[in-house]
Unconditional design. Structure first.
Length: 254
C-alpha cells in the first residue's frame, strides 16, 4: 500500500481525496493548515496544523513513510508550495502540484490587475466607493489605510477583530457561489467595485461573472509565481500520474 499526502484546503484537494478514498492500494491523508475554524468535511483522514517549514515537512514525510506528496493548496499559498517542493526533494518523495488554471478576462470584463492587497487599496482611489472585498482575513489589513470607502467583506470565518474602518459590513460564506446570487448581492449592497484574487475554478467565479454583467470593474490580485516543479491542471492527470509505473521509481531507493 502506497502512502499519499495531499496538501489541501481547496475544493480540488477535497475532490481528489474523494476520488482516491475508495482505493485499497492507497492510504491517503489530507493535510489542512488549520486556518479555517470549521473546515468542510473530508473523505479521508485529516492532519491539521503546520509542519514547521520545509524541514519539518520533510521529517514528517520520512517518519510517516509517505510515498508521494501532492500539493493541492490554494494558488496564493506560495510559501506552502515552495516548502512542499523543498521538503519532497529533501525526503526523496515523489511530488506533483495540482494547479487550477487562472481565470482569463473575456469581453466585458474590466479588470485592474495589481500585485497585492496594498496595491489594490491604492487602486481604489481617493473618492469614497462601495467595495465588495472577497479576500482572506489575513489580507485585509491594508484596507485600514483607506477608511473613506464603504466595504462589504466576505470571508469563510468571521473577521475578528473587525477591520478598523468606520464603514464595513461582514458576511460569511463558503462557495460555490452562483452568478445570480452574486449579482443580487452586489445590487442589494449597491456595490461599485469588486476586489478579488484570480483564484481560478468554478466555485468562486460567480462574482466575476456578476461584475461583468453589472458593468463593474474588478481589482484582481495577480497570482504569485509557482515554484519550478512538476504540475498538472486536472484531477484526472493526478490519477494518471499516480498510476504511472515510474512515479515512485526513485522513492525510498526502489
Amino acid at each position: 500500500m502506497r502512502r499519499i499526502l495531499i496538501l489541501g484546503g481547496t475544493a480540488e484537494a477535497r475532490a481528489l481525496a474523494a476520488r482516491l478514498a475508495p482505493r485499497a492500494d492507497l492510504a491517503v491523508t489530507l493535510s489542512l493548515a488549520g486556518r479555517t475554524a470549521s473546515p468542510a468535511p473530508q473523505p479521508v483522514p485529516v492532519r491539521s496544523g503546520g509542519f514547521g517549514g520545509p524541514e519539518g515537512l520533510a521529517d514528517y514525510l520520512t517518519s510517516a513513510r509517505i510515498d508521494a506528496l501532492i500539493d493541492a493548496t490554494h494558488p496564493y499559498a506560495a510559501a506552502i508550495s515552495a516548502n512542499a517542493v523543498r521538503a519532497a526533494q529533501r525526503a526523496g518523495v515523489a511530488f506533483l502540484a495540482l494547479h487550477r488554471p487562472p481565470w482569463q478576462p473575456i469581453a466585458g470584463d474590466q479588470w485592474i490587475e495589481v500585485a497585492d492587497a496594498a496595491s489594490a487599496v491604492a487602486a481604489l482611489g481617493n473618492a469614497p466607493r462601495r467595495v465588495f472585498v472577497a479576500l482572506g482575513r489575513n489580507e485585509l489589513a491594508p484596507f485600514v489605510q483607506a477608511p473613506q470607502h464603504h466595504y462589504l467583506i466576505r470571508s469563510v470565518d468571521p473577521v475578528d477583530p473587525p477591520l478598523g474602518v468606520p464603514h464595513a459590513a461582514y458576511i460569511t460564506g463558503r462557495g460555490p457561489f452562483e452568478e445570480a446570487d452574486e449579482r443580487a448581492l452586489m445590487v442589494r449592497w449597491r456595490i461599485e467595485l469588486v476586489v478579488s484574487k484570480n483564484s481560478g475554478g468554478e466555485a468562486s467565479y460567480g462574482k466575476i461573472a456578476a461584475a461583468r454583467a453589472l458593468g463593474l470593474p474588478v481589482i484582481m490580485l495577480r497570482r504569485p509565481a509557482p515554484p519550478r516543479a512538476p504540475s498538472v491542471a486536472t484531477i484526472d492527470h493526478v490519477l494518471a500520474w499516480l498510476d504511472h509505473a515510474e512515479t515512485f521509481s526513485t522513492t525510498r531507493g526502489v
